[in-house]
Unconditional design. Structure first.
Length: 233
């Protein structure tokens, strides 16, 4: 008896284009999601059930082009398949929707507050995060959560994401030697997770303090015999 497997008729991730040939027009569109991915890799070093894509296509329909957010997070999927990594994110292979998508707004709007927002809601993406560094009067960071097929705005900073177990927010810091406002992950107590640079600096400071403490103890030890020989008047 012939068995029909509909998945076998769909193109695989290796067969689909892995780029829409559209360059990013803002360096932050690459750096911000890259920083979030790097911090997650340090926060979840032992976990192999998550994937963070940066400027990667998400295929949801074999007859339509991929959508390409600046960043997205999926949980409950393999972190990587092999050394060649993912060429793209194909929903009929992954069987998991991303739980969060991120868009960083450039000076040229690309539908972040309209068409993209509607498309992510239609797909059922739980969290939609928009960062607009050019805003002055409105919040630069907006986090939307899908409730009854409609996105509801959460404009706290940071915003706790219970389904992920982390929060997301913005604050000033330094990354790759660039001092500015960056987007970070936060723990459930609202404490910001450190970057690799910050961890290295903190470790250096701790090592210096430990060395200074050891040197001080050694100096005090060397002084003790001399003090013992001193006689009071």
């Amino acid at each position: 008896m012939l068995k029909y497997d509909p998945l076998a008729c769909l193109p695989s991730s290796e067969e689909l284009p892995d780029s829409d040939d559209t360059p990013v027009d803002n360096e932050l569109q690459d750096l911000i999601p890259g920083l979030l991915k790097a911090i997650l890799a340090m926060a979840w070093p032992e976990r192999m059930d998550w994937f963070f894509g940066v400027d990667m296509g998400i295929y949801y329909d074999p007859d339509l082009p991929a959508i390409v957010p600046d960043g997205f997070l999926s949980l409950g999927v393999e972190r990587f398949y092999d050394e060649n990594l993912r060429p793209s994110y194909v929903l009929w292979e992954e069987k998991k929707l991303p739980i969060l998508v991120l868009e960083v707004v450039s000076k040229t709007y690309r539908g972040e507050y309209s068409t993209k927002k509607a498309e992510y809601a239609r797909l059922g993406i739980l969290y939609y995060v928009v960062y607009n560094p050019f805003r002055r009067r409105k919040p630069r960071l907006e986090v939307y959560k899908l409730v009854n097929n409609t996105y509801e705005l959460h404009d706290d900073n940071p915003v706790l994401l219970p389904e992920i177990g982390l929060g997301i927010g913005i604050e000033r810091g330094t990354y790759l030697g660039i001092p500015r406002e960056w987007m970070y992950w936060y723990n459930q107590q609202g404490q910001r997770l450190l970057t690799s640079e910050e961890k290295e600096k903190l470790a250096e400071q701790k090592a210096q303090k430990a060395e200074q403490k050891a040197q001080k103890a050694q100096q005090e030890t060397q002084l003790l015999p001399g003090l013992a020989r001193l006689k009071p008047y």
